[in-house]
Design a protein. Sequence first.
Length: 265
Amino acid sequence: MDQQAAVTEDLVFERDGDIGRIVFNRPQARNAFTFAMYERLADICQQANEDHSIKVLVLRGAGDKAFASGTDINQFREFKTPQDALDYENRIDRVLTVLEQCRVPTIAAINGFCTGGGAGIAAACDLRIGTRSTKIGFPIARTLGNCLSMSNISRLTSLIGAARVKDLIFTARLVEAAEAASVGLLTEVVEDIAALDRRADEVARLLAGHAPLTLNATKQAVARLQRRLTREEGEDLILTCYTSEDFREGLDAFLTKRAPQWRGE
């Protein structure tokens, strides 16, 4: 296999011919994202935009437990001001927008848990292939008590509809593979990890052989049909949640492994 690899501690990017493979490499933390990982993901997408020898990107979580379980909770411990919350959501919006608008097709190969920011990453990809053990959701109403940005809500609503977005977030449940496929969270479901890797590779090679201008024009056309509300249009909602006593309570409860006591303040 002709591979050129660029490796960081927590995220691996390698070239396999005209296919770029991105691996979230923190299996001990269910591949929870650090801020540096978000930035590295955006950099790789920009590289694919400029390097026309890259035809497809495949995203995968290391290990067998998770695709990505969202942002590493410890990143939130540094939040001191309202601007910290706005800067965080701005970062996430910027990275997911770069991923969503990447010139080449993007395939999320999802095994195990795909939650929070990880589910946001998957939703920003063009295709999502899961296994029988895949579980997808945004359980923030029972964990941290924060909220999704306006652009992330907009992206998710375009994908699965407003009623299902409210169902997912209100109930804080994780959707299993069969239901995820039926509502559009997954494009298809395979049996296990071995089958996932085979199928993701098969689809990647199929797409790599197709007309790149046709694929990109289709991506751009779909994007033009789906207006994305901006983060700024929901800053009041972000500040309401992230600067609340409930958010601090949720953060402390998560880190100390206890049930949070919500007060709505």
